[in-house]
Design a protein around this ligand. Structure first.
Ligand code: HEM
Ligand code: LAN
Length: 454
């Protein structure tokens, strides 16, 4: 309070709610994006609301968003809001369970496998997995593309990021384990106390235990291999050390490997499904993306390589535009550890400070025709994306994503295979509405129609 007086700034406007405790949870939960857009037009760039006992303060638009991305982790803290959700899934000793400096070291280690020389090797692996996976789709039909891409991306991500041994043990049991772990990323896990004996919590914990067993035996075999025969993330994690000279434990390696997979799983499968629906809705863009394949790679469509992938610039713009309209992470959150001055207000310590890529990506002040899917807006990067933090599907600052390039490699390879093989259409002309029940905003009833390209 004393601090407030000295600075003389009021707290951000608080959106009133008639429901005690629950607060805005019902209206926010139904359609968070429109709730936030409406609040933005009524209250401006900084506003607060209460939900199940916490106060959430959103920062909207370039100026206020910069506070979020430029702050130190000591003042706007990620662990405090993410750990209860993430640590039971990854296990202890990694990510938000350790001091931020240590996680920064872990992020640097993982970057080892996310370099161009590794991407060159990943492209053929992803192409092969994709071609094989879609053989089951036959010549034409209507299928759940989100389900297919989720299954495929587990296989490709595991093959590239975990290595051949872990990929080879990916059977139905392990797929189920991932699903159970996944069940940890829910609104329930985030809002309800972790000691509740919910079936989904129990499944999650059992899955993490079993997963650790499987990974530990692979790690053990790798450790016994004479002088590190694989040049991949797993071998690197086994041999590298922290700054203080300490090696990683099996449990830390397991946590990082689970984290790597989970990071790319929802985000990439949701993004690549939405990309499919946008291309199905806009057949002109679909045709252009197909013709680009022939132009860049050759009319006989030889196996893909990393350099060709780079040159598929229209596909790149389509993916970028998909990430603008459907960024998988709709909200990033931090705990305010100290008072924060922004936009003429002082946010008290204890608020959960949030930025929504989805909302920033739709502001009239930064985008022309924000609701329209228009990949060409990214052809002139300078013009389309000039305001700082107006385009943040991968976040920014200390917590920025390290998986952006891998995600692009993976999604562009998968869609190159699909564009070459099939033509896609919406089923009954219906573009799937957003499913807000999931933490990552997936398409509702994600069935797509396809037929072999003539
Ligand atoms: C962080 C988005 C794929 C690894 C983030 C953040 C966003 C994001 C928005 C910032 C979170 C925050 O500031 O609170 C995405 C999207 C992806 C994707 C849209 C795909 C389309 C991946 C992949 C990997 C990965 C494939 C790993 C290979 C990470 C890591 C962080 C991160 C390690 C750092 C978290 C931190 O420092 O707190 N991602 N991600 N991501 N992502 Fe990704
Ligand atoms: C996630 C997944 C969930 C996501 C939401 C809750 C949907 C979002 O609203 C806030 C951000 C959050 C919690 C999020 C942050 C970054 C995570 C935890 C991930 C993308 C899943 C994986 C990623 C994590 C940092 C990956 C790297 C960790 C390792 C140990 C390698």
């Amino acid at each position: 309070r004393a601090g407030n007086k000295v600075k003389g700034n009021p707290p951000p406007p608080l959106i009133p709610s008639s429901l005690p405790f629950i607060g805005a949870a019902v209206s926010f939960g139904k359609d968070p994006i429109n709730y936030l857009l409406a609040a933005h037009s009524k209250y401006g760039n900084v506003f607060s609301f209460n939900m199940v006992g916490s106060t959430f303060t959103y920062l909207i638009g370039s100026d206020s968003t910069s506070l979020f991305f430029n702050s130190r982790n000591e003042s706007l803290n990620a662990e405090e809001v993410y750990s209860r959700l993430v640590t039971p899934v990854f296990g202890k000793g990694v990510a938000y369970d350790v001091p931020h400096d240590l996680f920064v070291e872990q992020k640097k280690m993982l970057k080892y496998g996310l370099s161009v020389s590794h991407f060159r090797r990943y492209v053929p692996l992803i192409e092969t997995e994709t071609t094989k996976y879609f053989e089951r789709w036959g010549d034409k039909g209507e299928r759940d593309i989100f389900k297919a891409l989720s299954e495929l991306i587990i296989l490709t991500a595991s093959r590239c990021l975990h290595g051949p041994e872990i990929r080879s043990v990916l059977n139905e049991e392990v797929a189920q384990l991932y699903t159970d772990l996944d069940g940890g990323f829910t609104h329930a896990a985030w809002l309800l106390p972790s000691w509740l004996p919910l079936p989904s919590f129990k499944k999650r914990d059992k899955a993490r235990e079993r997963m650790a067993e499987i990974f530990t035996s692979v790690i053990k075999k790798r450790r016994e291999m004479p002088n590190n025969q694989e040049d991949d993330i797993l071998s690197y994690l086994i041999t590298t050390t922290y700054k203080d000279g300490r090696s990683l434990t099996d449990s830390e390696i397991t946590g990082l490997l689970i984290g790597l997979l989970m990071a790319g799983q929802h985000t990439s499968s949701s993004t690549s499904s939405w990309l499919g629906f946008f291309l199905a809705r806009h057949s002109d863009y679909q045709t252009r993306a197909y013709e680009e394949q022939l132009e860049v790679c050759g009319s006989n469509c030889p196996p893909l390589d990393y350099d060709q992938l780079k040159d598929l610039t229209f596909l790149d713009c389509c993916l970028k535009e998909t990430l603008r309209l459907r960024p998988p992470i709709m909200t990033m959150m931090r705990m305010a550890k100290t008072e924060q001055d922004v936009g003429g207000y002082t946010i008290p310590a204890g608020h959960q400070v949030c930025v929504s890529p989805t909302v920033n990506h739709q502001l009239n002040e930064n985008w022309t025709d924000p609701q329209t899917f228009n990949p060409d807006r990214f052809v002139d990067e300078e013009l389309s994306n000039s305001e700082k933090f107006s385009y943040v599907p991968f976040g920014a600052g200390r917590h920025r994503c390290i998986g952006e390039s891998f995600a692009y490699v993976q999604i562009k390879t998968i869609w190159s295979v699909l564009l070459r093989k099939y033509q896609f259409e919406l089923v009954g002309g219906v573009f799937p509405p957003v499913n807000y029940q999931t933490m990552i905003h997936t398409p509702t009833q994600p069935v797509i129609a396809y037929k072999l390209r003539q």
